[in-house]
Write a protein of this length. Structure first.
Length: 300
């Protein structure tokens, strides 16, 4: 696959390295909690790990903020060579993520009562705001009202993130050998991309039918030994691109069959590409650098 970026390896190695560095010469036995996440805009996937930190809060587009009770790893500087387990969280258009230090939940009033996570959630859900800046101001104001003039002994740090839209421009690639029994890998790859991008189910079905026809023809007739399948998200549109190193052939030039005739009366072949052209909004062919390139676009 051409999609080689692995955020989980970055998180694992980063937290492990920082942990070991903090463990060195730590006679005071101090420690630090960390929540670390990498958000991939093109897919909406957040890969994260928690080193003894507060639970993040997540609000789905039409829901309310709730704690996401992820699995905690050990605090940093607590034990050398500690391992940190990553998890994945999908954030879709309209979702909000709120992360914060323990100084928020542990803020105290004059009677030494904790502000707590429930008050925090109530403040987050108070007026249904979706603007991160306004959300942070409201939570801070609520903490200040609760605390009053009582002195605080920890920092109060908060971060809010909102996913505005499904991001146009996301793209993925799959490279494989053009064999008929690899068709499952192609449809699985396309379904994963399209599902992550929240493409309508009808469009997913149409693209997979078209991909089955195109890839099967490449595998059976092109003489190619390598093929790349690319998938790119646009504004209410998906582009699927097949590139193979087989014999030059433009399937779009094949004359459309007369579908009013019976199967016996029609000539052999041509029905598959005709079906693809009917289902897709654009079908284009080019021959570049020794490769056949067939591009399909479907809008909704």
């Amino acid at each position: 696959m051409g999609y080689n970026f692995r955020p989980h390896s970055v998180i694992f190695l980063g937290q492990q390295k920082v942990n070991n560095q903090l463990c060195e010469n730590n006679e005071a036995e101090m420690f630090v909690t960390v929540w670390l996440g990498i958000y991939e805009i093109s897919t909406g996937k957040l890969t994260a790990a928690n080193a003894g930190h507060e639970y993040p809060a997540v609000k789905r587009a039409n829901g309310s903020f709730e704690l996401f009770k992820d699995r905690h790893g050990f605090v940093l500087a607590g034990m050398e060579n500690a391992c940190y387990r990553e998890y994945e969280l999908e954030l879709r258009a309209g979702d909000l993520l709120f992360v914060y230090t323990d100084g928020v939940a542990e803020a105290t009033d004059g009677e030494n009562t904790l502000y707590g996570t429930q008050r925090m959630l109530d403040a987050l859900n108070g007026e249904g705001k979706s603007d991160p800046e306004a959300l942070l101001r409201d939570v801070k104001a609520d903490i200040d009202r609760f605390v009053g003039q009582a002195p605080q002994f920890d920092d109060i740090t908060m971060l809010a993130l909102r996913v505005k839209t499904v991001q146009a421009g996301g793209s993925r690639e799959l490279r494989l050998s053009p064999q008929v029994d690899s068709m499952g890998a192609v449809t699985g790859f396309l379904e994963e991309c399209l599902t992550r991008w929240e493409v309508p189910a009808k469009v997913v079905t149409q693209i997979n039918i078209a991909a089955d026809e195109i890839f099967s023809n490449i595998a059976r007739y092109s003489g190619a030994d390598a093929v790349t399948v690319g998938c790119q998200l646009g504004e209410n549109a998906v582009t699927v691109r097949f590139a193979d190193n087989g014999r030059p052939y433009d399937p779009t030039q094949k004359e459309d069959p007369d579908v009013t005739l019976s199967a016996e009366e029609r000539g052999i072949g041509g029905l598959g590409i005709f079906m693809v052209k009917q289902m897709m909004d654009e079908v284009a062919y080019s021959y570049q650098d020794g490769r056949n390139i067939l591009t399909l676009e479907k809008r909704w």
